[in-house]
Design a protein around this ligand. Structure first.
Ligand SMILES: CCCN1C[C@@H](O)[C@H](O)[C@@H](C(=O)O)C1
Length: 600
């Protein structure tokens, strides 16, 4: 059935894709009475709610902005007669954090996980040539056995409140587009590619997945549309002479075209843009097309004013221009998989992405920083249930994103508690169960925070390269003490240097909250001058160790978090403000990064 496909929707001679963006009827359901009261057929006195968007920041009253629990979206959708004989589906880019889909009052399916797509097969529930009622019940509560990890508490006044174990606001809703799709009964439900490249020749080993008894024809066209290779069969090789490889900050995209034929007649087709390139880790080096790459970039968030965590192509265009302006070549999709369009954009711009699942907050220390307990997260009784959701979302992330040239690596967790032995069985399973998911076998890793050093982490054997999150100069040894912070950082890196570990290290987080426009001579914390001094300290250290192969300060831009005495209307570690304007550090980093080779 179509629900197993995560292929991005397309419109062509055999398939149709209609975006259902716009205003939906919306209503909170604090008593979870929606089904009982017939909300699957329509909402009484609804609010008009934009999709895609988080609902939170549209509201003027705090109960609505902070609302935690069930809520409904309902929309009348006309389904044309010419969909007759096709498989008809609703494809959700993301429903945060869990959803149940109804059509004309009939329950179709549920889905858990607010940052990855799913399709509801509505073929049997639709009336063709008429309006159909689509109803989606969403819940945005946080739990320790779900991703991203947190708690949901009930206040004395009976209202629920999200308690995230992570440092980004629990923006919720239909944060990405909903698509009405129609595909042939006999269809391509997935494909994958692996590569061998040299300057003289590139080979694309492809595999096409279909349940149909059909012939498969595959062709590869260059940017001018010239067919450069063809093949037949559900697996095969496309050989390209004198290929134009996909390079970092110098992208080139070919179009792979897949056709299904029955008795010589094409019954389905699917095209996609791919890049001919390889990714390897060799010793301390990260290689793209067999050449070392040095990562310059950021941790990011899908975050902007008005629509919260909605994917916004306008913001993505601006962010990629900022990254090009500053000399970046990469970013981490912290702390969750982003909308597919972000990867397509990065494919075109030659930007490398470390793709991260929302396995964030797996650390009670973070929780205690945010109000949780102080114990090893992996000793919790919630671990078995959590693991099921965790590996399920790793599988979906890799299945969804595996064909993007921009994807460099998979980050399977952000800052887990790896200093306790109880993390080892969890990570053993996680790395065993994820070993064969990516046909290209790209590197897998997770971020290590201050408590998880060379000395203390029990899980250093798992990552293919290391992502270090380090905050001397901010969360410890800050201000005038930063010289001790530098000494401590050097001491730890000397341990890595003197160890037998021969894998690359990328600094995936470091930074200072900075209030734009705050200037002080000499510097103080929160001033723009201090943010630069902190970056200068880290860069002095990076330039002292040749196994450090990437620098990705936190964060590209300021972003929203829970309110708290440690946050001034969100996290201000941005090199750019939330409205994407430069702090002084942006000009400092641009100077440094443009003095390094563009992409290597
Ligand atoms: C020490 C925790 C690691 N890191 C996670 C990230 O999500 C936060 O925004 C960042 C910070 O606190 O600025 C810290």
């Amino acid at each position: 059935i179509m629900e197993k496909s995560l292929l991005y929707p397309v419109t062509n001679a055999y398939r149709e894709d209609q975006k259902l963006d716009g205003l939906w009827d919306f209503k909170f359901d604090p008593a979870s009475e929606g089904e009982k009261n017939g909300w699957t057929e329509g909402l009484a006195d609804p609010i008009e709610m934009p999709v895609p968007a988080s609902f939170n920041d549209f509201f003027t009253d705090k109960d609505a902005r902070e609302y935690t629990g069930d809520f409904w979206y309902v929309k009348k959708v006309f389904i044309p007669k010419y969909f007759e004989g096709k498989q008809i589906g609703l494809r959700f880019g993301a429903a945060t954090h869990r959803a149940t889909v109804y059509v004309n009052g009939q329950k179709i399916r549920s889905h858990e996980g607010g940052f990855l797509p799913f399709t509801a097969d509505i073929t049997g529930a639709t009336k063709l040539g008429e309006e159909n009622v689509v109803a989606v019940k969403i819940n945005n509560e946080l739990h320790r056995d779900a991703l991203p990890a947190g708690d949901t508490m009930t206040l004395k006044n009976g209202k629920k409140m999200a308690k995230p174990f992570f440092d980004f606001y629990n923006y919720s809703g239909l944060n990405r587009s909903v698509h009405l799709i129609a595909i042939p009964k006999d269809n391509v439900y997935d494909y994958s590619t692996t590569y061998e490249v040299s300057d003289e020749q590139a080979t694309v080993h492809y595999t096409v997945q279909t349940d149909a008894q059909a012939d498969v024809k595959v062709s590869l066209a260059d940017e001018a549309g010239n067919v450069v290779a063809t093949a037949t069969g559900s697996t095969g090789d496309l050989v390209v002479k004198n290929p134009t490889l996909w390079q970092v900050r110098d992208a080139y995209l070919y179009t792979i075209k897949i056709q299904l034929l029955e008795n010589g007649t094409v019954v389905d087709a699917y095209s996609d843009e791919i890049g001919l390139r390889t990714i390897e880790i060799q010793g301390h080096q990260i290689l793209v097309n067999h050449k070392p790459v040095y990562l310059k970039g950021f941790g990011r968030h899908e975050d902007s004013i008005y629509a919260g965590r909605a994917f916004d192509l306008n913001v993505e265009r601006r962010d990629l221009n900022l990254m090009k302006w500053i000399g970046a070549n990469s970013y981490r999709s912290s702390h969750y998989p982003y909308d597919e369009q972000a990867y397509k954009f990065a494919d075109r711009e030659g930007i490398l992405i470390t793709d991260e699942v929302p396995a964030v907050g797996f650390k009670m220390a973070a929780a205690s920083f945010l109000g949780g307990l102080d114990q090893s997260f992996f000793d919790g009784d919630w671990i078995d249930e959590l693991y099921k959701k965790h590996i399920d979302q790793v599988k979906d992330m890799i299945k969804r994103d595996k064909n993007h040239p921009s994807v460099l690596a998979w980050s399977l967790c952000n800052e887990p508690d790896t200093s306790s032995e109880s993390a080892v069985p969890y990570f053993t399973k996680l790395f065993n169960d994820s070993a064969d998911l990516d046909p290209e076998k790209r590197p897998r890793t997770f971020t290590l925070n201050e408590d998880d050093t060379f000395e203390t982490s029990k899980c250093l054997k798992f990552p293919d390269f290391y992502l270090l999150n380090r905050y001397p100069g901010w969360y410890h040894k800050w201000g005038y003490e930063i010289s001790d912070g530098e000494a401590g950082l050097r001491a730890e890196l000397d341990e890595w240097k003197n160890s037998d570990i021969d894998k690359p290290i990328v600094f995936s987080e470091y930074g200072a909250d900075t209030e734009p426009g705050l200037h002080k001579l000499p510097s103080i914390m929160w001033s723009e001058e201090y943010q630069i001094e902190l970056l200068e300290m880290f860069n002095r250290v990076f330039d002292s160790y040749d196994f450090i192969r990437g620098e990705q300060p936190w964060n590209l831009a300021d972003f929203q978090t829970v309110e708290g005495n440690m946050r001034v209307n969100g996290n201000k570690k941005g090199i750019f403000t939330r409205d994407r304007q430069p702090k002084a550090a942006a000009f400092y980093l641009r100077k440094r990064w443009n003095s390094l080779p563009l992409s290597y």
